[in-house]
Ligand binder design. Sequence first.
Ligand code: HEM
Ligand code: HEM
Length: 187
Amino acid sequence: MTTSPLQANYPGPSHYDRMTIALHWLTAILVVGLFALAEIWSFLPRGTPTRRLLQSLHISFGLLFTAVFVLRVVWRSTGGRRLPPAATGLMGLASTGVHGLLYLLMAAQIVLGFLFRWAQGEPFAFFGLFDVPRWIAIDREQRHFIGGLHDTVAWTIIALALVHALAALVHHYALHDGVLRRMLRSR
Ligand code: HEM
Ligand code: HEM
């Protein structure tokens, strides 16, 4: 295997660990899936069974995403491998900033998702297995405001994730370094 400029500069491990990689790709699939579900139901008339089904799937997968996100943060701050930024200087700062912002926005989106459901006052079930209790009482009047924020944060996450994914592809296809490979397979 050829030595990439990344590996030449950095003597430590050249890949993330299996768990970090699995959690990263699971997060990516869930974020895109949750967004796609919401965009699809927005084309369906209000109150139809299909729209309701997509909404309840969004809530169940949203709860799964919450668990994956918490696990990811715990793993990152305990056993998970952390690698130095792929680039130095301003580019390194930008990539660390985007990663930090993605974590922050995902955490905010989870909080908003919970508040949104409690404000709606409708069932909050995980695939019909159990209901999430209402920890905080929220005025039903607040649901439009919270929903608007949840929607704005969703679009911001998707836009940032797109920039982030494009950067990873530029690293791979234009710079030919090992940045994308760090997140693809573990050694
Ligand atoms: C919604 C989708 C995505 C989200 C929310 C997301 C989020 C993140 C976050 C927060 C990190 C920082 C990991 C850490 O240091 O703890 C990261 C790293 C990374 N992501 Fe993503 N990601 C997404 C999609 C993608 C896609 C589609 C690609 C590839 C095309 C990708 C490639 C990478 C790579 C290569 C790294 C490691 C960068 C490095 O080592 O400097 N990600 N991602
Ligand atoms: C990154 C993850 C997420 C994304 C991208 C996302 C995206 C969206 C979008 C775009 C909408 C439509 C908003 C509107 O049109 O007003 C929506 C609705 C909603 N989301 Fe999320 N969401 C995410 C996570 C969550 C989580 C974790 C929960 C809670 C467990 C949640 C609960 C809800 C609820 C209750 C609705 C309203 C459903 C209805 O109208 O009945 N979301 N979400």
